[in-house]
Design a protein around this ligand. Structure first.
Ligand code: NAD
Ligand SMILES: O=C[C@H](O)CS(=O)(=O)O
Length: 490
């Protein structure tokens, strides 16, 4: 069935880019195909924009900025509330579009739409709480206050794995803070972003404050990073591309927020609640077929519980159903492309060649993008999967003897995004939390992604935080006002 026929509101399937409040194609007429990873079928085409169209979006954003920043923050919040309401009213269509272009099971897509909308709701409310300070002056003739002001025209470059939430997690705080924002979604998943643009237009956003540019990344990204009118870049994606964008942004000294790659350890101590640990690893490892930046990438299990954990995990993994995300009961959809499948297979082959044992799974379905959920035992730090982010449904089990060894293994990575550990010992809970070198720690839970909590990494996993009350700071500048000459008349 065609994607358009699956939609209650076919107008949400936009095949034009949204530039300065207008729907347009590429000036040279070039287009990109959008492919369903489950079937290989082309489901839509979108414009392949370049630097010229990007400049037009930047100029439109800059022209719209003065009025947008001058609005009372409550008015910006009100418009975000309308956008939020429209997302929920069209949630099913947004989920269908996501499953069609990204592949995740429809139930997960519905969950992401709700999650994505929660950022819009959160920052619609936070817009009303952009506070400054009054600072005690060292003399009676002076008063000092701070003003929190929008940073300016902002760009958001987002990944394919969460094609809705990674956009709202950036655009909602930007807009709430008073910044116009230009989005470049992944060329694999532009349709979810364009559907959000359709809803932004319906919400009454002024022209120019929200644009979505589709196309191959180099031309659009080159302009977004080099154009001095763009004062802020927020990027979510691989550390490799993050480094590139950081270099490209250096000449114009942009404000940067980066959510990059991860290599999450998932540590299970002997005293762990086994039911909690199994539920946690299933949630953390196999969400989105393992294609999340916070997935458990290395599963470290203490000697005393190792065999029971491995047996229970294999039992749960055997229940996973691989297939088309639209099919009933499917819990593992396709990977995004052949390169992703090849990486999972390379990690499995490398690990087995270095002594790992295959407990369940082990390969992809030939000629498809479906990777079979796999558990390996006997994983070691010599294997590629220990130092590289697999980004697929592969669960390697590492054995450890004591707490210090587990922490040493966990921290032995240049990444520092998410980490997890399971124990019932309150003293160990604090010791391990404080020694793990990661931006986020899940203690007895496999989930660290909520709009109310700061999300982000340290080391080479990123800069800044998204969501929470901290997420707004990424789009604000602090201006200090000194008022002098105030000594009262003698
Ligand atoms: N930390 C997080 O919150 C988070 C979230 C999702 C994905 N990721 C990471 O992203 C990776 C997978 O996602 P991905 O494959 O989309 O990442 P990616 O880095 O390949 O692409 C991310 C975005 O950057 C764009 N891009 C690529 N090259 C570019 C260039 N030269 N100039 C401008 N834009 C460019 C892509 O088109 C896409 O929109 C994994 O490493 C994962 O850990 C991190
Ligand atoms: O890939 C990681 C994203 O940040 C998704 S989530 O926030 O963990 O859902």
């Amino acid at each position: 069935m065609s994607l358009r026929l699956r939609l209650r509101d076919p107008s949400l399937l936009a095949e034009k880019a949204f530039i300065g409040g207008e729907w347009a194609g590429a000036r040279n007429g070039d287009t990109l195909a959008v492919v369903d990873p489950a079937t290989g079928a082309t489901i839509a085409t979108v414009p392949a924009l370049g630097a010229d169209e990007t400049r037009a979006a930047i100029d439109a954003a800059n022209a719209a900025w003065p009025r947008w920043r001058a609005l009372p923050s409550a008015e910006r919040g009100r418009l975000l509330e309308i956008w939020h309401r429209l997302m929920l009213e069209n949630a099913e269509d947004l989920a269908v579009i996501m499953t069609a272009e990204q592949g995740k099971p429809l139930a997960e897509a519905r969950g992401e739409v709700t999650y994505g909308a929660s950022f819009v709701k959160w920052f619609a409310e936070e817009a009303r709480r952009i506070y400054g300070d009054t600072i005690p002056a060292p003399s009676t003739d002076r008063r000092i206050i701070t003003l929190r002001e929008p940073v300016g025209v902002s760009a958001a470059i987002t990944p394919w794995n969460f094609p809705n939430a990674m956009i709202t997690r950036k655009c909602a705080p930007a807009l709430a803070a008073g910044c116009p924002v230009i989005v470049k979604p992944s060329d694999f998943t532009p349709l979810s972003a364009l559907a959000l643009a359709v809803l932004s237009e319906r919400a009454g956003f002024p022209k120019g404050i929200f644009s979505v540019l589709t196309g191959l990344p180099d031309g659009i990204g080159g302009e977004l990073t080099s154009n001095e009118t763009v004062r802020k870049l927020s990027f979510t994606g691989s550390t490799r591309v993050g480094r590139l964008l950081m270099r490209q942004s250096a000449d114009s000294v942009k404000r940067l927020s980066f959510e990059l790659g991860g290599n999450a350890p998932f540590i299970v101590f002997d005293d762990a609640d086994l039911d909690l640990a199994i539920a946690g690893v299933m949630a953390s490892k196999f969400r989105n077929a393992g294609q999340t930046c916070v997935c458990a990438n290395r599963i470290l299990v203490q000697d005393g519980i190792y065999d029971r954990f491995a047996e229970r995990l294999a039992t749960e993994v055997a229940k996973l159903k691989v297939g088309n995300g639209f099919d009933e009961g499917v819990t593992i959809g396709p990977l995004i492309n052949q390169a992703a499948v090849d990486k999972v297979e390379r990690h499995v082959d490398d690990a087995r060649a270095k002594g790992a044992n295959l407990l369940i799974g082990g390969a992809a379905l030939p000629g498809t993008l479906f990777a079979i959920p796999t558990v390996l035992t006997g994983a070691t730090t010599e294997m590629a999967l220990a130092s590289e982010e697999t980004f697929g449904p592969l669960a390697p089990l590492f054995r450890f003897h004591d707490e210090s060894e587990a922490i040493a293994i966990a921290n032995a990575t240049p990444f520092g995004l998410a980490s997890y550990f399971f124990t019932q010992d309150i003293r160990r809970s604090w010791r391990v939390t404080e020694r793990l070198e990661f931006g986020m720690v899940g203690l007895n839970t496999g989930s660290v992604s909520l709009e109310v909590a700061p999300f982000g990494g340290i080391k080479q996993s990123g800069l800044g935080r998204e969501g929470s009350r901290y997420g707004l700071d990424e789009y604000l500048e602090t201006k200090t006002l000194h008022v002098g000459g105030l000594d009262p008349a003698a």
